[in-house]
Design a binder for this molecule. Sequence first.
Ligand SMILES: Nc1ncnc2c1ncn2[C@@H]1O[C@H](COP(=O)(O)OP(=O)(O)OP(=O)(O)O)[C@@H](O)[C@H]1O
Ligand SMILES: [Zn+2]
Length: 810
Amino acid sequence: MKFVDVIIPLAVEGVFTYVVPEILEEKIREGVLVIVPFVGNKKYTGLVCRVHSEKPLGYEAKVLEDLAEEDISFSALHLRFLEWVAAYYMALPGDVLRAALPIIFRLESFTDITLTEEDIDFTDLTENEQAFVRFLRKGEYTALREAEKYLKIRNGWRLVKSLLNKGYLQVRETIDEAFKEKTEKWIKWARNFNEAELNRVLDRLKRAPVQYQMLCKWIETGEEEMEKHRFLTEGGGSAAILKALCDKNILAQEERVVSRLDVVPVQEQVCHALSVIQQQAFQQIQYHFRVKECVLLQGVTSSGKTEIYIHLIREYIARGKQVLYMLPEIALTVQIIKRLRRVFGDTIGIYHSGMPDQVRAELWKKQCSTDPYPVVLGVRSSVFLPFQKLGLIIVDEEHDSSYKQKEPSPRYQGRDAAIMLAKMHRAKVLLGSATPSFETYYNIKNGKYGYVSLTSRYGDILMPEIQFADVAEYRRKKQMKGSFSPLLYREMKQVLEEGKQVILFQNRRGYSAYMQCDACGATLKCDHCDVSMTYYKQRDILSCRYCGSIKKPEELCGECGKGHYRLRTPGTEKIEEEVVRLFPGVRVARMDMEAMNSRAKYQSVIDDFEQGKTQVLVGTQMVSKGLDFENVKLVGVMDADSMVNFPDFRAEERAYEMLMQVSGRSGRKGQRGLVVIQTADLQNRIYKLLFRQDYATFYAELAEERQNFAYPPFCRLISVEIRHKEVVALRSMANQLASRLREQLGKRVCGPAVPEVGRIGGMYRLQIIIKIEQGASFSKVKAFLKQELAGLQKGKGFSGFRMICDVDPG
Ligand SMILES: Nc1ncnc2c1ncn2[C@@H]1O[C@H](COP(=O)(O)OP(=O)(O)OP(=O)(O)O)[C@@H](O)[C@H]1O
Ligand SMILES: [Zn+2]
């Protein structure tokens, strides 16, 4: 008998063994998706990760139901990659599969099925399908299992799938999630009529004048075929009339599958020639690739890194290889796509979480087909796409913290996973950044990665000038205009008068980051989390950025009952409002998570700013990265201190990166740009380092401390977070775990301590950090940790606790 181990995309430990029915033996192999029964007879799509003949011990294996998706499958390499992610990041295989597969490939036991509004053409259906439809017509919603019983069939889901594809069915829980090909209906002649035949047809139709009219109109158009909707609107008839003509075999209707993937007309392919300096960098990269798997291209902002990527991509495509180009955020893909399309036309696939699942599914299918895109542009999750002949991965802005998935599991680092993926494919990795992560720079210093640098901007434009505005001083003198220092106000006024543009960076969303009582100083907190709530003025609500809960703002303080809540610390919404007030007539756009609810929105905000329809762009870190606007002459950082004074060992590194990035948006073409940084803490060393705009000094100064206090990149971290509703129980469990870990790991174990936010969604949290020095076995520590956690989980009184491991937290 043939057995398979199947990964089910649920948060369950391990894999599950099933028997392969004989009729499927031929088709079932490693890497295919299958339908399997699971707990409570629910059916799931799962991934076959092993085929074998070992009967499982201790339980009767259930029988695998069927093959799920014939068009996609995982290669052996791809399976190995998923396994690596699960093992390295201490994640469940099911969690990894969930992250990898578009939702519609993982149909989970479609319980409730119903017919759609679509007219059903019974001639189009098999007998079983017809019986199924008749059955469904009896009730509004039906459970699949009932239908199977009634019709005395076994694999009802097969009928469901086929009817779904024909557009006649929908599934209640997963209405938008089942993969349906996108189709259009086209009308054409049922066959070729010659003139005599056509006259006879028309003669006979005279008794049915409306049909006659419709046909005449059609003949007048002189077209051979037409999309149904257009046919009806232009022909002015009803669907019933058209149906009559089809029934008489005069016209025919045809369903055509159309692609959801962007179809771009192939334009003339233009590629900028590289400058001499860029050309040298390009050659050095290739030189390093001969011996190194991974190379860092460190280039100051606007040095033309992207242009070098484009040339490399061309080279790899020419060699018949695939390229994955990774970016940290969707916002960035908008501009880059345009640049790539100019060179590569429609040979680029795009993959990010903002696109509909159906489109992602189509990209998957295409990448598994015989004609995959040679280039894929994607965010973090694109490392999970199938690749057939991967040659190069570019990780742009490699230092960016968005590459790390924090929630939910798998908590993977997209850049690091990409490096592993490349290794498995024997492909190369190019990391790009103006301010590399300490981890990467450390690997340069120890010779593991190759290093290439660009120290000046393209076109020899000077790096922007950085000026600091001492907000503490201005406040004392009462010279601030709202959130604007006189310096920023003056410069902004001048730049706008010159017809140039301004970007204002504020790292907080909403109107006000928190509300504080003017009598007792208490802030208005979320009921479920230990954080202040953000106030949104337009919607007049308070919202929690952690759990998303919402409440109406109150006036009187809930703590002392005497004072009134005041708005503190402006967010992007407030800044936008202030600009409108201070600079009448100037058009402002805002870019933050709240304003950007769709990709189309990004596109329009970016297009408007590019075309000069707006002059000021206010935004969170979304505006800081990678955007390339010609006409921006001034960047204002509204409140730099909020980033520097953050309780995290990486806070300074992050603040520096972010400030360098956002500064880099200024003065990219033509004249030198200006950056005004507002701070009340002018003496902070980060500002001094920033002023020098010299990364090496910055690294040297901070790395020394990291080494002294044993922090990455000089050691590796695993964070174990424990959550529970009650603080006492939590503390005792955390202490118990920490002391058990200490028995083996000694001083490597730190904590438990309260993390930055001590309670989220009603659950209290404590964190234990394990520091593992270079040379110690990372995997042994993980195995030990896993065993200890499993021990605790089996013990009494564990229910109600959650334990979350985060490997390389960041
Ligand atoms: N060889 C070239 N020919 C023409 N224009 C170029 C060339 N190289 C770069 N540029 C232009 O210079 C500007 C900056 O280049 P690019 O965006 O590639 O820099 P970058 O290093 O990727 O910047 P950042 O790190 O800030 O994202 C762009 O507008 C780009 O079109
Ligand atoms: Zn909350």
